[in-house]
Design a protein. Structure first.
Length: 130
């Protein structure tokens, strides 16, 4: 089973997402997975990135840094998995987390854009009461 969808994010914005993996019945979640049970592939503009998959259970959103993808089971929610990473350049990012034991692939794509440029200038109108 493959799950895929796209999102718009900004450069250096922490991407917070979730992964779903199910038993053979297609309904029951697989509990207890860790970084050794899944395989990460992260692409930036169709080039495979060497970012490692790291245990994110003790890493806060504010501590998420570029160069790593964080994965862990959400505390108190057996079978629900958190994925976090911080894309550091504008472009097309694609994250694949394969669960070989269950023959499942999670594929997410992200369109990452630079912060918009704000231009302060030009004419402004003003109405004064006299």
């Amino acid at each position: 089973m493959v799950t895929t969808r796209g999102r718009l994010v900004r450069v250096n914005q922490t991407v917070i997402d979730q992964a779903d993996y199910f038993q053979l019945d297609g309904y029951t979640r697989v509990p207890g997975l860790n970084t050794t049970d899944v395989v990460l592939q992260l692409f930036y503009d169709n080039v495979l990135q060497p970012w490692p998959l790291s245990d994110g259970s003790t890493v806060t959103d504010a501590q998420t840094k570029s160069g790593f993808v964080y994965f862990h089971e959400i505390s108190g929610s057996s079978g629900f998995y958190s994925i976090r990473f911080r894309p550091n350049a504008p472009g097309y990012w694609r994250l694949l987390l394969t669960y070989p034991g269950g023959q499942q692939i999670l594929a997410q794509d992200y369109d990452v854009s630079a912060d918009p440029v704000t231009v302060n200038g030009g004419m402004k109108h003003s109405f004064n009461n006299c």
